[in-house]
Design a protein around this ligand. Structure first.
Ligand SMILES: Cc1ncc(COP(=O)(O)OP(=O)(O)O)c(N)n1
Ligand code: TZP
Length: 532
C-alpha cells in the first residue's frame, strides 16, 4: 500500500461488475476504455468470485489503473486490499467495522463507507472516513438487497451531516448520464455542500462503448464543478449583489423581452393538467402567443419533449402520474424548463406521494402553489389546506418561506395569494397585482402555472448561455416566473376594469382577451414589483 494518502478525485467513480459486461466484451478492455473516458477512481467489487479469483482480478485491474494513475479501492475485502497494496477499501454497514478496518490497514489507506441515512453519515464522519457512498439515489438491478431508495432530495439530507468535516461524498444507485445533472444539481445541502462525484456500475460497465459512457458522465461532472454558482448557498450573496442584477426596472424590461420572445417564437407549452381547466389553460397559452399541447400518455413524452418549449405539470386531477414522471424526465434530458403546480397536494396522502415522486424523479425549474400547497411540500403546518384552497392568512414571513423552499428544492418557488412571493433562493420578489375577481373563477391559480410555463419557454429561447452539460434549463427562470405571474395578474386588472365585464363569467373571457392584448409597455406600467 502506498505510504502517503493518495489525492483522490472522486468525480467519476467506477464500481466494477463483470456480470454486466456486454456479450463478448473483455473485462480488462472495458476497464481500460472507461479509464480513457475519464474514470477517476475504481472500486473492484466482486460479489461471486472466490478469494483466489478476486485476488487475480484485483491485481490485473491494478496494473491497468496504475497506467492511468487512477487509485484502486477494494470492496469489502481488507485482505485483498492488503495483498495487492490497493489504495484503500470500501466497506458497507454490515461489513468489517470501521475501527477494525482502520487498524488493519496502513494509515495511508483510503476508507469509504456506505451510508443510507444521516445517522450513518454522522457516524462515518466521527469514525474518520475518507468518503461516503450515499444512496441509493434511484433503484437499480445491480445490487441485491438494496436499501430503500433515498431519491435526489434524500441525498441532500445525507450531505448535511458532512458539515465542514472535509469527508468526501459520492452518490450511488441508478446513476446514469441521463440523470447525472439532476443528481448533482439536486443534491446540494442547504449550506451549499455538493457531491464530490458519482459512483456508477451499469451505465459504464454494461455499455459496449465504456469510453463514451465514462466521457458523457465526466463532461457533466466537470461542467457542474466548474459552474461558479452551482448551488443556492449563502455564499452567493457575498460574490454577486443580486439586488443590483434584479431591480424592479430591470425585471420589468426583461419580462417585456420574454413576452416578445413568446410572441415571436410561439414555443410549445406541453401541459399535463386537470380536467377542470384544460380548455381555459390552452386558450390562455394561445392568447399569450405560445402553442399549447395537452398530452398525457407516457408513450409520447420522448417525442413531445424534443421540441423546444416548456412543460407544465398540474396535479389538479392526478390521472396520469406515469405520464407526468416520463414527461419530467424527458424535459430534463432536453433541457426544457418544468413547472410543477402541486394543486391540492395537502388534500390526500396519494397527492403527497405523487408530489414526492415527481420531485425525486426530475428537477423542477419552478414550483408554484398557494400557501397551503407549499406548506405541505415544505412539511410545515403553519398553513393548512382545505381541498385545493389554502386556509387562513398565510405565512407569518412569506419572504423567508419562499427563500428557504427555493434553496431546499433547488428551483424557483412562486407563492401565490393576494400578494405573490417569488424566490430563486437568492433574491425574493414581491408582486402586488391582481383583482378579487380572480378568486371568483375556477382555476385562476392554474392559469398562473400556464403563464409561468410560457414565460419559462420564452426565457429559454432567449437564453444567453446554452450549456447542456451544466444547466437543466437555459435562461433566467426567476424573471420568467415573475413574468408569468405579472402577465396574469396585470391582465386581470385590465379585464376587471372593462365595461363589458359584469361578473365572473364575462371576466374569464375578458381575462383571455387581455392576456392577448398585453404588451411589454402595459406590463411595465402596471407591474407592482418589489425586490426584497
Ligand atoms: C461508492 C460505493 N457506495 C456504496 C457501495 C455499496 O457497498 P455495500 O453497502 O458494502 O454493498 P456491496 O457493494 O458490498 O453490495 C459501494 N460498493 N460503493
Ligand atoms: C453497489 C451499489 N450500492 C448501492 S447501489 C449499488 C449498485 C449501483 O449500480 P448501478 O450504477 O448499476 O445502479
Amino acid at each position: 500500500m502506498a505510504s502517503a494518502k493518495p489525492a483522490v478525485d472522486y468525480s467519476i467513480y467506477l464500481v466494477t461488475g463483470r456480470d454486466l459486461l456486454p456479450p463478448g466484451k473483455d473485462y480488462l478492455e472495458s476497464l481500460e476504455e472507461s479509464l480513457q473516458g475519464g474514470v477517476t477512481v475504481v472500486q473492484i467489487r466482486e460479489k461471486t468470485a472466490d478469494t483466489g479469483e478476486f485476488l487475480e482480478i484485483a491485481r490485473a485491474s491494478q496494473v491497468v489503473c496504475r497506467k492511468y494513475n487512477v487509485p484502486i479501492l477494494i470492496n469489502d475485502r481488507i485482505d485483498i486490499a492488503l495483498a495487492i497494496g490497493a489504495d484503500g477499501v470500501h466497506i458497507g454497514q454490515s461489513d468489517m467495522p470501521f475501527s477494525v478496518a482502520r487498524r488493519l490497514l496502513p494509515a495511508s489507506a483510503i476508507i469509504g463507507v456506505t451510508c443510507n441515512t444521516p445517522e450513518h453519515v454522522a457516524q462515518a464522519v466521527r469514525d474518520g472516513a475518507d468518503y461516503v457512498g450515499i444512496g441509493p439515489a434511484w433503484t437499480t438491478q445491480t445490487k441485491k438487497n438494496l436499501s430503500p431508495v433515498v431519491g435526489v432530495r434524500g441525498l441532500k439530507e445525507l450531505l448535511a451531516p458532512l458539515g465542514t468535516s472535509g469527508v468526501k461524498s459520492v452518490a450511488i444507485g441508478g446513476v446514469k448520464s441521463t440523470n447525472a445533472l439532476h443528481c448533482l444539481h439536486g443534491a446540494v445541502s442547504t449550506i451549499g455542500h455538493t457531491l464530490d462525484g458519482l459512483a456508477v456500475v451499469s451505465d459504464i460497465v454494461a455499455s459496449p462503448q465504456p469510453r463514451d459512457a465514462a466521457k458523457r458522465l465526466a463532461v457533466i461532472v466537470q461542467a457542474f464543478k466548474s459552474t461558479r454558482f452551482n448551488s443556492f448557498s449563502l455564499s452567493h450573496s457575498t460574490c454577486v449583489n443580486f439586488r443590483e442584477l434584479y431591480t424592479p426596472e430591470i425585471i420589468k424590461a426583461s419580462v417585456g423581452k420574454l413576452l416578445n420572445a413568446i410572441r415571436t417564437h410561439a414555443p410549445l407549452i406541453h401541459q399535463i393538467t386537470n380536467t377542470v381547466v384544460t380548455t381555459q389553460s390552452a386558450n390562455a397559452t394561445l392568447a399569450l402567443g405560445a402553442s399549447p399541447i395537452m398530452a398525457n400518455a407516457p408513450e409520447e413524452m420522448a417525442d413531445i419533449s424534443k421540441i423546444e418549449g416548456a412543460l407544465l405539470i398540474n396535479m389538479g386531477t392526478v390521472q396520469a402520474l406515469d405520464g407526468m414522471l416520463e414527461a419530467g424526465k424527458h424535459a430534463n434530458l432536453n433541457r426544457n424548463p418544468v413547472v410543477i403546480d402541486p394543486v391540492g397536494v395537502g388534500a390526500s396522502q396519494y397527492r403527497k406521494e405523487c408530489a414526492d415522486a415527481l420531485l425525486n424523479t426530475f428537477q423542477a425549474t419552478v414550483i408554484k402553489g398557494n400557501a397551503g400547497e407549499l406548506a405541505t411540500l415544505a412539511k410545515s403546518d403553519e398553513v393548512l389546506s382545505k381541498g385545493v384552497d389554502s386556509v387562513g392568512s398565510g405565512f407569518a414571513d412569506p419572504a423567508t418561506f419562499v427563500l428557504n423552499l427555493a434553496r431546499r428544492e433547488r428551483c424557483v418557488v412562486v407563492l401565490t395569494g393576494a400578494t405573490d412571493w417569488i424566490s430563486d433562493g437568492r433574491v425574493v420578489v414581491r408582486l402586488s397585482n391582481g383583482h378579487p375577481l380572480l378568486a371568483q373563477i375556477t382555476g385562476s391559480g392554474c392559469l398562473v402555472g400556464t403563464c409561468v410555463a410560457s414565460f419559462c419557454a420564452g426565457a429559454s429561447l432567449v437564453a444567453e448561455s446554452r450549456e447542456p452539460a451544466r444547466e437543466l434549463a437555459h435562461g433566467d427562470m426567476l424573471t420568467a416566473a415573475i413574468g408569468g405571474v405579472l402577465a396574469l395578474t396585470v391582465a386581470s386588472e385590465f379585464a376587471a376594469a372593462r365595461e363589458d365585464v359584469k361578473g365572473s363569467g364575462t371576466f374569464l373571457g375578458a381575462l383571455i382577451d387581455e392576456l392577448g392584448a398585453l404588451t411589454p409597455e402595459k406590463i411595465a406600467q402596471a407591474a407592482k414589483v418589489e425586490v426584497l
